[in-house]
Design a protein around this ligand. Structure first.
Ligand code: HPA
Length: 275
């Protein structure tokens, strides 16, 4: 059996030994949503470090666990903390959690993150519905290697990675709250250095609206294994060259924390409509 699939099944069996909870929606909590778990009626928590072989993040503010619970009656599994490619993990480990949540029963993957605003009209604190992504500069498509046939097809279509119906639900939720919601294309780069102004100008010319270091590889792997995907990005800062101040991780976290109340409301309200 494919080693990556074997590891996935081992992770699934371990989680199943802890809980028989079947989530409908899987939610990846990015910067600013770390406190989201308090919105759930929690049924069970499984720290990543308990799962044999599971990748555990080294980034401050990303300490990780799965939280199973219900949100407005919808069974949800939250990933509090994710691993990034720049931490040195194999790309198959970076996308293992998304695949695992599929095997645990999830039908929808809701991705969130913090990003830098490439679109000159975006400000720090804006929320952006991810309508498409650009992964062309990322060195490793997560589906490289023998296809895992048990999960999906060799050449999956990526015309609608971000499910149009789910995008509509998020738009309607924002409208219902009278909340401004930006929309755009998210580009994932490896990091961990922030971009140069020249890189940001190049991305802008290519139609990118926001840039970050996560999410798109998860979206590809999720799409491959049959999850319906949606995503919202918190624009934590204007990207390099568009603001006079140098970028820091602390600034990103602070801006994401400031947007946390509206970000939480948008995600919670949207999931409630995904029954
Ligand atoms: N660049 C890349 N990733 C990010 C940024 C940025 O400016 N802000 C938050 N995550």
């Amino acid at each position: 059996m494919d080693k990556r699939y074997e590891k996935l099944l081992e992770s699934r069996d371990y989680v199943r030994s802890r809980t028989d909870f079947r989530p409908k929606v899987a939610l990846v909590l990015g910067s600013g949503l770390g406190g989201f778990a308090s919105e759930l009626e929690v049924a069970c928590e499984v720290p990543y470090s308990d799962i044999p072989g599971f990748p555990v993040s080294t980034v401050p503010g990303h300490a990780g666990k799965f939280i199973f619970g219900t949100l407005e009656g919808v069974p949800v599994v939250c990933m509090q903390g994710r691993v990034h490619f720049y931490e040195g993990y194999d790309i198959s480990d970076v996308v293992l959690p998304a695949r695992l949540m599929r095997l645990l029963g999830a039908e929808i993957l809701f991705l969130t993150n913090a990003s830098g605003g490439v679109n000159k009209g975006f400000d720090a604190g804006d929320l952006m519905l991810i309508v498409d992504h650009n992964l062309m500069f990322f060195p490793r498509n997560p589906l490289i290697g023998a296809n895992i046939d048990e999960l999906g097809t060799r050449f999956p279509d990526m015309s609608h990675v971000y499910d149009p119906e789910l995008c509509d639900i998020i738009r309607e939720t924002a409208r219902g709250y009278g909340m401004d919601l930006r929309e755009g294309v998210y580009c994932q780069l490896t990091g961990p250095s922030f971009e140069t102004p020249a890189e940001i100008r190049a991305l802008g010319a290519l139609g990118v609206d926001a840039v970050g270091m996560s999410t798109a590889v998860e979206a590809v792997a999720a799409n491959h294994c049959g999850l319906r995907v949606c995503g919202v990005s918190c624009v934590a800062n204007k990207a390099a060259g568009l603001s006079p101040t140098p970028l820091t991780h602390e600034e990103v976290q602070e801006a994401a924390n400031k947007a946390a109340v509206k970000f939480t409301a948008l995600v919670k309200g949207s999931i409630a409509r995904m029954k």
